[in-house]
Ligand binder design. Structure first.
Ligand SMILES: [Fe+2]
Ligand SMILES: [Fe+2]
Length: 382
């Protein structure tokens, strides 16, 4: 018997240059953040913490290929990529909305989807750079091993969102100023725990909640697959962040803990501002101040914001950065209630939902295949 090796998947076509797809070209094509800090080696090769090594093993076991696992053949209407209900758009019900033609409303939906997924994409690139930084700077080898798997996960996520935007939406937004500022603050800090705190707790915590909301509300199968599979990986990232920081923060002095708390507070306000999407409305001719006010007033956005902090707040509490100032900031942001969210349960759900979607996808694929076989059979009989 000859063993025929499976044919390798087709490599993705080289993407069209992004330059022509940006709404406005970025002010610079390469962003350089001067790095500080220390690259650390460990000569202790046999003393890994069981829980971290288990996470590393899981990271290896659960690697996957976006080219094969996602059904890129699925069509996406760029003017209704997510099946977004009109009420969720911040200008719905305003004079601007009333004056818009159906075509312009479609364009507005395209811009919002592009803006949202572009921030996911830029964030994922940031996550990849931060995970690589953690490999370099974290003192223990078990954490370096784990972070190396996360670096690969984040590369896959950036690949996926980049492909979705290039092939399906056809439009990209530059990185949002607040997101870029938090990324910069996170990377410029020389302490090894700051990329974990800034990136994995704040930026990814917020992104994860946004992914979850779109995953659970979109009526379109391709974005649903993408978000569910990305979220399956993110559950490991959150688990690492909590584990690494909880251990480390237990031994901080009060002054050191206060510094981290200040960073969290500032970061959360930046994340709040990153959510508004004022850039989109400006592109539709709405003056900046009015765009900010409309977004701020939008009931949907207020609800969205509450949900978006649902993953950050319990995590911040869990890692022990729960001083009075932090709690006051969350009260001011209207998100203190989120402290009671059961993160473990959310992450278990994320894993189960991805598994379920994969099974549905396999069943649908089998049904499609059976249809083709039946068509060929009946043509042969005729
Ligand atoms: Fe990611
Ligand atoms: Fe991540």
């Amino acid at each position: 018997m000859t063993l025929v090796p499976p044919s390798p998947p087709r490599p993705p076509a080289p993407p069209e240059s992004t330059e022509g797809l940006y709404t406005q070209p970025p002010t610079e094509w390469s962003w350089q953040v001067p790095a500080q800090g220390t690259a650390r080696f460990s000569w202790e090769y046999g003393d890994g913490r069981e829980r971290l090594l288990a996470l590393y093993q899981k990271g290896k076991d659960k690697q996957w290929d976006a080219v094969r696992r996602i059904d890129w053949e699925l069509d996406v209407d760029p003017y209704d990529a997510l099946g977004t209900p009109p009420e969720s758009l911040p200008i719905h019900g305003t004079r601007y909305w009333d004056a818009m033609s159906e075509r312009d409303r479609g364009l507005l939906r395209q811009h919002y989807a592009s803006w949202q997924f572009s921030q996911f994409l830029h964030g994922e690139q940031g996550a990849m750079v931060c995970a690589a930084r953690i490999v370099e700077s974290v003192p223990d080898l078990d954490a370096k091993f784990y972070s190396a798997t996360q670096t690969m996960d984040e590369a896959r996520h950036a690949e996926i969102y980049g492909r979705f935007l290039h092939e399906k939406i056809g439009l990209l937004y530059p990185v949002n100023g607040s997101l870029q500022q938090l990324l910069g603050d996170t990377l410029r800090d020389s302490r090894w725990d700051m990329p974990v705190l800034g990136m994995q707790v704040l930026i990814e915590g917020l992104a994860l909640a946004a992914f979850g909301m779109i995953r659970d509300t979109t009526t379109k199968p391709l974005p649903r697959q993408i978000l569910a599979y990305v979220m399956q990986d993110e559950a490991r990232h959150v688990a690492f962040g909590r584990m690494a920081l909880r251990d480390h923060y237990r031994q901080l002095t009060d002054a050191e803990r206060r510094e981290r708390e200040e960073f969290v507070i500032e970061g959360c306000y930046l994340m709040r501002d990153r959510l508004q999407g004022v850039e989109v409305l400006e592109n539709f001719g709405i003056p900046s101040a009015e765009a900010a006010e409309l977004s701020e007033r939008s009931e949907f956005l207020q609800l969205f914001r509450k949900l978006l902090f649902s993953r950050i707040v319990p995590c911040v509490k869990d890692i022990g950065l729960w001083g009075e100032k932090v709690q006051r900031a969350y009260t001011d942001l209207g998100v203190l209630d989120a402290a009671g969210t059961d993160l473990e349960a959310l992450m278990r759900d994320d894993e189960n939902i991805a598994d379920r979607i994969e099974q549905e996808q396999a069943a649908e694929f089998a049904a499609r295949k059976a249809e083709v076989v039946a068509a060929i059979d009946s043509a042969a009989e005729a």
